[in-house]
Design a protein around this ligand. Structure first.
Ligand code: SAH
Length: 214
């Protein structure tokens, strides 16, 4: 669909504008990372959807998802492509920029795997689908919320890679708000839907960080 191509058009335009005005190379890497996230989501969620069966906290969820879009995509793209936020730019060390790229790419990898494992059970907001399946395999075997871990890695990458006091931390701030407002409600929803299966899964599986054992 043509609508799906618009974000890529905007990111390519921002990238071109950034090169023209001599934005630092890591900013372009961040744009590429963002484009890859969009592409993965588009690819792994395209095709016929499972119908939505239940929604929770609809208006609160819409506001938070928009906030995250603002913090992770819109403001960074404007910052990279235009001089609007240049007043908040600072000089970042090569070590910081490299660390940001490494963390961001790790996040992108986990984002891909969690989307692949969650499949059609994915939704941007708190929802259950008809014939919703409880996913406990793939990366979900190690943590209950791999997609949120992935997004935390990506926004940490953003913090390090975007050398700007506004656009750098904004993704982390926005996603932290969404995470804190959502996580208990999401787990309650899964418990209501899947009962003992969820509880057993939750008992043996940590939330965001895998157990480090041999
Ligand atoms: N919190 C998960 C999923 C994020 S997408 C993660 O970070 O990987 C949000 C939607 O995923 C929720 O609305 C819920 O319906 C669904 N969901 C969350 N955990 C799930 C699981 N283990 N199996 C199936 N669906 C799940």
């Amino acid at each position: 669909m043509i609508n799906n191509l618009i974000p890529f058009g905007i990111m390519i335009a921002a990238g071109a504008a950034a090169m023209w005005r001599g934005a630092p190379y890591p900013a372009l890497v961040f744009l590429a990372l963002l484009a890859a996230c969009f592409a993965i989501r588009l690819w792994l969620t395209s095709g016929p959807d499972k119908e939505v069966a239940e929604q929770r906290h609809k208006s609160r969820e819409s506001v938070m998802v928009f906030l995250v879009f603002l913090g992770m995509a819109l403001v960074p793209i404007v910052t990279i492509g235009t001089p609007i936020f240049d007043f908040a730019a600072y000089i970042a060390s090569p070590l910081q920029l490299t660390a940001g790229i490494v963390v961001g790419v790790a996040g992108l990898f986990l984002f891909w795997r969690s989307h692949a494992d969650l499949g059609k059970n994915w939704s941007a907001e708190l929802e259950l689908r008809r014939e919703h399946e409880l996913v406990v395999s793939g990366v979900y075997r190690f943590i209950r919320h791999p997609m949120y871990s992935a997004i935390f890695l990506i926004v940490f990458g953003q913090l390090l890679v975007l050398n700007n006091w506004i656009a750098g931390p904004l993704g982390l701030v926005a996603f932290l708000i969404l995470y804190l407002m959502r996580i208990d409600a999401e787990e309650l929803m899964m418990k209501d839907q899947f009962g003992d299966s969820w509880e057993e899964y939750a008992d043996r599986t940590p939330r965001l960080i895998p157990h480090l054992k041999g």
